[in-house]
Design a protein around this ligand. Structure first.
Ligand SMILES: N[C@@H](CCC(=O)N[C@@H](CS)C(=O)NCC(=O)O)C(=O)O
Length: 261
């Protein structure tokens, strides 16, 4: 995913644009019922990212599920060169909480999860959530090579570069990614609730894993990964999880109001 790329550029960004998967099944339990009231004083929140799902969507979903108001600030690609030097880390997402800025999507997500009660307070449940997130993040590490191909193939002809991309894409699709998908699929299948960390309701891990699966069902193709890497036949549990996330009423409303890019 382009979300892995550290350097500037639109190409570095759009790879992490994820489309929604269109089939929906009802959520096992409306998440709003389980959330209760906010456990902390309501902070002023401004989340800044591109006008994409990418690394920010799970964070947005967590706030939405928690009923936590936030500013959803979106930077146009054309403005990025100007905005980049003003950011905390030269990258997005970043969040401003009561005037102070923080970076790193997974850190922000856990923060959002704590506010939204989508990150367990029980240490073992939290471990299970972190485990699933870490496995999903392994996907990112695995495919990051695809977004560095221009660097790796520097000096090669376009034709040779294209050939290398095909070889790397095939190796990822055939060898590297399936065991990681299989581990996530196993987690979903083992879960009595269908939520990936085995919790009774959704957690931030479900949001991250669903987003990752959606990426591999769509935009990854643009980067040389073959189509149909994740299908109902290969990973039915993971696709059901995606549906389950998007069927949560608050997420379904968010999706309707914000068509994916
Ligand atoms: N480790 C960071 C990576 C952030 C990142 O790579 N952001 C990309 C967008 S997904 C970005 O800002 N790219 C533009 C750039 O690096 O100039 C995180 O998880 O937040």
């Amino acid at each position: 995913m382009a979300r892995y790329i550290a350097s500037a550029g639109v190409g570095a960004v759009i790879g992490y644009c994820m489309p929604k998967i269109s089939t929906f099944t009802p959520a096992a339990k409306p998440v709003e019922d389980a959330l209760g009231s906010l456990p902390f004083p309501k902070p002023s929140l401004s989340l800044m990212y591109f006008d994409l799902t990418g690394r920010a969507e799970a964070i947005r979903q967590a706030f939405v599920l928690g009923g936590i108001p936030f500013e959803d600030k979106r930077v146009a690609f054309s403005d990025w060169a100007k905005v980049k030097p003003t950011t905390r880390s030269g990258q997005m997402p970043e969040i401003k909480i009561d005037g102070r800025v923080y970076s790193q999507s997974m850190a922000i997500l856990r923060y959002a999860g704590k506010l939204a009660r989508l990150y367990p307070t029980d240490p073992v449940d939290a471990l299970a959530v972190d485990e699933a997130i870490a496995i999903a993040n392994e996907m990112e590490s695995a495919v990051s090579i695809l977004f560095s191909m221009d660097l790796i193939c520097k000096g090669m002809s376009d034709k040779d570069k294209a050939k290398r991309k095909v070889v790397v894409g095939e190796a990822l699709a055939e060898d590297k990614l399936p065991p990681i998908f299989a581990r996530l699929e196993q987690l979903v299948r083992e879960s009595p609730s269908g939520w990936i960390a085995g919790t009774s309701g959704p957690t931030v891990a479900d949001l991250v894993v669903a987003g990752t699966v959606e990426f591999f069902s769509g935009p990854a193709v643009r980067y040389g990964l073959k189509e149909g890497l994740v299908t109902k036949a290969t990973y039915p549990g993971l696709l059901a999880l995606v549906d389950q996330v998007h069927a949560l009423p608050a997420v379904a409303k968010w999706d309707a109001d914000h068509p994916s890019k």
